[in-house]
Design a protein around this ligand. Structure first.
Ligand SMILES: Nc1ncnc2c1ncn2[C@@H]1O[C@H](COP(=O)(O)OP(=O)(O)OP(=O)(O)O)[C@@H](O)[C@H]1O
Length: 449
């Protein structure tokens, strides 16, 4: 295998959470929590996931706009190719260990573009002067030459050389993003990290800028880390895709393979939510219940288990999967004391006096709020749920929690899944694929082809 241009290993970025007068650290937001991937020369890797899952933090810590908490980032660009490890196990190409001078050279070779291109331009300077300034900082003293290089680049991003002398406010969002691309390219980098570069653009402009990025990437032989929350944009442009959830990568593989046969339920859910242009298509959208949990207190086991539609049932249980999901959600809500018996009573009491309401009526109201109407598929589960609800309605939330948490358990909350290899270069981290569980090639029927 050819040497990757960028090799990220077990990257972590934990933000300390401080409190009190003494500003003592009381915890940490584990924004990125052990992420590994490679990007080959000339390859585009997509990083996709919901807002807040840590995509931008991967980018900023990999190129040390922020200091990573742990991990190794090997950059094998320019004259760094073929370097080998030092005797002490460290690597001379490890960005996390670069000194000031090495970091300056690296910043030339690895550029970043952002969702808001305005952040790359000084409103008081012409766009040409802003771009040319980078050449000057990196030692090009010939003014005329700087201008020629920048004008040429402005034309390569399909604007006109005369735009050199205009100011940022004279350009539309799409034009500004083109100029940001020119700025990123001016130092002839090996790697560009593009963080949601088209998310703020109108649909038609979005397609144009995407296609420009694609063309320039091929023309300049660039490697690209392309960050987006939008699966359809990823499909447009990426060779491979890494799917991120709550600080971790859960699936990584060639884009088409991941789109045709997602192996992680989270990927499956993301894919099912892509709008399809064909109104006759009968894709079932998988509803991701609840919001992304906080990285300060990520769920145990598989971090996705609190929202997963395929969350595994205990061995002795065999019930409708959707019902099982709803039972676990009820259990979690009771554990966090978010089930409001009083509110359920009030909802019922619109016609009746609250005092007249029977416990049975309140239980039935709660069951309907969680779509767990009686009787459940499984008689054992039904009996457990009834006992828990009896306790809850009588004011014993602790008792309800005890019953539910001892009966409704899943291996997904206790075991952190390791990566399992599927086809070449395609892996995912889900317990469904571990050991002798039936091979559940998930999602194929649910994905736009
Ligand atoms: N400086 C910080 N201090 C504490 N927490 C932070 C800090 N910066 C980011 N976070 C948290 O880290 C997590 C990851 O944030 P990040 O911006 O990397 O996610 P993202 O996937 O890029 O989301 P978005 O697309 O919304 O930017 C979030 O929960 C965020 O609140």
């Amino acid at each position: 295998m050819t040497e990757p241009l960028l090799s990220v290993r077990d990257l972590k970025k934990h933000y300390p959470i401080k409190k009190g007068l003494l500003n003592r650290q009381v915890g940490a937001a584990r924004a990125v929590d052990g992420v590994s991937f490679d990007i080959a020369p000339g390859e585009t890797l997509g990083l996709v996931g919901e807002s807040g899952c840590g995509k931008s933090t991967v980018a900023t810590s990999a190129i040390r706009l922020e200091e990573p908490t742990a991990g190794e980032v090997l950059f094998n660009g320019g004259d760094r190719r073929g370097a080998t490890r030092n005797d002490d196990g460290t690597h001379p190409n490890d960005v996390t260990r670069f000194d000031k001078g090495e970091l300056k050279a690296f910043r030339r070779d690895a550029q970043m573009i952002f969702q808001d291109p305005s952040s790359s331009f000084d409103p008081r300077m012409t766009v040409g002067a802003t771009i040319a300034e980078l050449l000057s900082i990196h030692g090009m003293t010939d003014r005329g030459r700087r201008r020629r290089i920048v004008e040429d680049l402005i034309e390569r991003v399909d604007l006109s050389a005369s735009d050199y002398d205009r100011y940022p406010h004279e350009f539309s969002g799409g034009q500004k993003q083109r100029l940001a691309l020119a700025r990123a390219l001016v130092l002839d980098p090996d790697l560009i990290i593009a963080d949601e570069p088209v998310s703020a653009l109108d649909v038609s402009v979005k397609a144009e800028v995407l296609s420009l990025i694609d063309d320039l990437q091929a023309e300049f032989g660039l490697s690209l880390l392309f960050i987006s929350h939008d699966m359809s944009v990823i499909r447009e442009i990426c060779d491979r895709v890494a799917v991120m959830y709550l600080g971790e990568i859960v699936e990584l593989g060639p884009t088409e393979e991941v789109f045709h046969g997602p192996e992680h339920p989270y990927t499956e859910a993301l894919l099912s939510s892509i709008p399809t242009p064909d109104p006759r298509a009968t894709l079932d959208e998988i509803e991701l219940t609840g919001t992304v949990p906080s990285p300060t207190d990520p769920p145990s086991g598989c971090r996705f288990h609190t929202r997963c539609h395929r969350v595994i049932q205990p061995e002795d249980m065999e019930m409708d999967q959707a019902e099982w999901r709803r039972l676990l959600t009820l259990r979690k809500r009771i554990e966090s004391r978010e089930v409001d018996v009083e509110q359920a009573t009030e909802n019922l009491a619109l016609d009746d006096e609250p005092d007249d309401l029977s416990d049975e009526a309140i239980k039935s109201q709660l069951r309907s709020e969680f779509e767990l109407e009686a009787p459940l598929d499984s008689a054992t589960a039904e009996a457990t749920l009834e006992t828990a609800l009896d306790r809850l309605v009588s004011g014993d939330a602790d008792g309800a929690e005890e019953v539910l948490s001892s009966s409704f358990t899943t291996p997904c909350e206790t075991t952190h899944p390791e990566f399992v290899d599927h086809d070449a270069d395609h892996k995912s981290a889900c317990l469904l694929h571990v050991d002798d569980r039936p091979d559940s090639r998930i999602g194929v029927e649910n994905v736009p082809q």
